[in-house]
Design a protein around this ligand. Sequence first.
Ligand code: PLP
Length: 389
Amino acid sequence: MSDRPLLNRRLAGMGTTIFAEMSALATATGSINLGQGFPDTDGPREIAQAAADAVLSGRGNQYPPGPGIPELRAAVAEHQQRFHGLGYDPDTEVLVTAGATEALAAALLALLEPGDEVIAFEPFYDSYAACIAMAGATRVPLTLRAPSFRPDLDRLRALITPRTRLLLLNSPHNPTGMVLTGEELAVIAELAVEHDLLVVTDEVYEHLVFAPSTHRPLASFPGMRERTVCVSSAGKTFSFTGWKVGWVTGTPELVTAVRAAKQYLTYVSAGPFQYAVADALRLPDSYFADFRADLQRKRDLLASGLRAAGFEVYEPQGTYFITTDIAPFGETDAYAFCRELPARCGVVAIPNSVFYDDKEAGATQVRFTFCKRDSVLQEAVSRLQSLTP
Ligand SMILES: *Cc1c(COP(=O)(O)O)cnc(C)c1O
């Protein structure tokens, strides 16, 4: 074999996601895993039953239609109208995908030319850097800085060049928990229109926003509907992250472009689960309110425990993650800290530093998830008290 590296240059350095690495560490050490963001309690029983019924009654067991089953496309369109006042035609403006992950990949592969620049918040969700690279484009980070993680919109303006093609926006933002305000969204919308940019919005935490913050899709701002690919997914909202049912909404032109790439990635996926997610999207308002209230309570439980243990806590406005700073412990390297944490106290967390190009900005940030049972959070918190600042 030649000396040429097997992994191509575009993906160099992206060997294993940090989530796989830290989840393996959790298993190997028997630690409590507050690293990867998956709930340890499944979503609503009746939705699980709907998936089982679909399998057993032979709905979706063979290739579903390319754009997704009509029932789910209709439910996605209804949901966009019901929660955000956005009207989409289920036949031409909705596309079902294998989770938000595939929606994002397909959108970036479809819309970018090699050499295009993509502006995205850092810390990045880890698939962004990989997908931008696979599209041959260049990522341009807009760094979110502690303690507020608010985007510097003058800096955003300055980052836009003639090569900028697309803004990739994630709000509520993983890992920082930052939620864009109406004022910020309005400025971003004006910039996108002024510079004729496409926008892809990752809104998988649309229902996990804690008062007084609220989530508004960027597509609802003037001039944005025609240039925005709106991405969301059932995984986080309904606590079925293994089902991998996501979707895209946008104009027929945008959806057709995304579909051109998507059809050669998975073609279709999750047939029976699509029926169940259609039911889930039509759950009463009380489901969404209770889900949010429950997670808010868990956030407060974990935040106070982390504070008591000596972490600096940056309270999230949304998502199910808390970003902390380990500087109070005299620590300087989040990655090293996270590798040692299981041995020190039996808890796994994720170093945010790996999601930054600007290594300085996230050097001492560590992320914990709170989408776990109360007893698990309480045990994790009690173990963390053994760390001494
Ligand atoms: C979990 C997550 C995704 C992936 O969603 P799937 O539907 O599981 O593919 C995308 N973006 C962000 C910010 C996430 O946290």
